[in-house]
Design a protein around this ligand. Structure first.
Ligand SMILES: [Zn+2]
Length: 449
């Protein structure tokens, strides 16, 4: 694949205000296979921009234009693109995931090097990089090792003066000059360890010899659990390398990766026991929001006949029922996006009911992670997350958090209630009959906040 072909394949537009995107010819449809409109839309100039599909009055998709100019399946895809805030700029984003195959990896490297679109993925600053390192849940000795690794100051062959080291500057496994980049990634021995494991994806995120940018890229693309396992394997590689040089005890090659993983697992377990939370957990159920606050539980469900259901339950400080809402929308949605739409719907109804000091609660952990760094999420879900945060900011001391599924059952029930398509149903003051039992149960089992 040539560079240009790759760039065309790997990038697509995420619609903001639509002004920079041509309807015909640009890749801007957020689907796997059909990323662009293949034939000139009927009744639109060939150089029309996506902006022209958005109604200036409502800032929403112009239904008349969608229906008149596009085949139904394309119109449906367009309807699923969230607009929300017309002030958002259009943006080129990276649609690939580094699944470990060579085309993608080579392309990824190329993209990083030749195309100044790094902002297309989550970007974090240097302060955050170091902060994230110290926040990792790994043993202090591994943390210090990682710190030296990231600063590229481990005593590898190239860092040690030849006079003072008896083993020379060669890699103990293959006799090539040893640098950090070599021993942890380029050496055939360590590359073998990475491949075929769960950590292969982290390995593929290595785009240069720079250890700092490897760490940064892993941070930007992986959950902290994977970052911790990545760090542990680096540390095990370093231990094996030292054992090889100093004739220490070596592990069997096929044991290294499982041991590195088990090492981190054991540490995590120990942490839990130390903190005393290994005792039976009794507070995973629903919790009352506390004085002066209103709790908004939200959930999304999938309907067998297609489409998703959004469910919302809002309760006051004593667990008193305020409102419930449900909405059914068409289309195929990623689970995370569905949860984001449910949360957005929940906050929206609470805002319309003029409620203040909201605690938004979702059982989707990755959504809360996205909310935490919404400014840096450039895909469609980022738009929805920013809209949620904007509404929360306008409702007093509002916040959001992840909570267990166990504590989110009421919203779950609402998300599966049968309602009409695309129509919000709201129950005020009295819960719908199918929700009564769960509301009572939650209040009986609720611990005071
Ligand atoms: Zn080597």
């Amino acid at each position: 694949m040539s560079a240009q072909e790759f760039l065309n394949e790997g990038l697509r537009w995420r619609v903001g205000n639509g002004a920079s995107i041509r309807v015909w010819g640009d890749r801007w449809l957020p689907t796997e296979n059909a990323t662009y409109v293949e034939s000139a839309p009927m009744g639109l100039p060939v150089d029309a921009t996506v902006r022209e599909l958005i109604s200036p009055d409502t800032d929403e998709w112009d239904e008349a234009v969608l229906e008149g100019c596009f085949p139904t399946e394309i119109a449906n895809v367009i309807r699923q693109i969230p607009l929300r805030n017309i002030e958002e700029n259009d943006r080129l984003i990276w649609k690939g995931n580094s699944s470990g195959n060579y085309t993608v990896r080579d392309g990824y490297r190329l993209w990083m090097k030749d195309f100044k679109a790094r902002e297309a993925i989550v970007q974090i600053g240097e302060t955050q990089v170091w902060k994230s390192l110290w926040n990792l849940n790994i043993p202090p000795k591994v943390k210090h090792f990682l710190w030296r690794f990231i600063r590229d100051i481990l005593p590898t062959g190239d860092h040690i003066s030849l006079k003072s080291n008896r083993w020379g500057d060669k890699c103990p496994f293959c006799n090539i000059r040893e640098t950090q980049a070599h021993i942890f990634g380029e050496c055939a021995w360590s590359a073998r360890l990475w491949r075929g494991t769960e950590l292969a994806e982290c390995f593929e995120l290595r785009q240069s010899e720079c250890c700092y940018s490897w760490f940064k890229t892993v941070l930007e693309n992986k959950q902290s659990a994977a970052v911790e396992e990545w760090g542990s394997l680096l540390w095990f590689i370093w231990k094996e390398r030292n054992a090889q040089i100093f004739n220490g005890l070596k592990l069997r090659e096929d044991e290294i990766v499982p041991r590195a993983k088990a090492f981190i697992d054991e540490y995590r377990e120990q942490q839990v026991i130390d903190r005393g939370v290994a005792a039976p957990v009794t507070t995973t159920g629903w919790e009352k929001p506390g004085q002066g606050f209103v709790k908004v539980n939200t959930d999304a469900g999938v309907f067998v006949d297609g489409g998703i259901g959004l469910g919302v339950v809002v309760r006051g400080e004593e667990g008193n029922f305020i409102l419930a809402a449900a909405k059914k929308i068409a289309g195929r949605w990623e689970p995370e996006m569905a949860e984001a739409l449910a949360a957005e719907f929940g906050v929206q109804v609470a805002v319309e009911a003029r409620l203040q000091n909201l605690i938004l609660e979702t059982d989707c952990q990755t959504l809360t992670a996205k909310l935490a760094m919404a400014e840096n999420i450039h895909t469609e879900i980022g738009i929805v997350c920013r809209n949620i945060l904007k509404m929360l900011r306008e409702t007093g001391h509002s916040s959001w958090r992840y909570w267990s599924r166990e504590g989110n059952k009421a919203a779950h029930i609402m998300s599966h209630s049968e309602t009409r398509w695309n129509e919000s149903m709201v129950w005020l003051d009295r819960p719908p009959i199918f929700l009564v039992d769960q509301i009572l149960l939650d209040n009986v089992t609720a611990m005071p906040a």
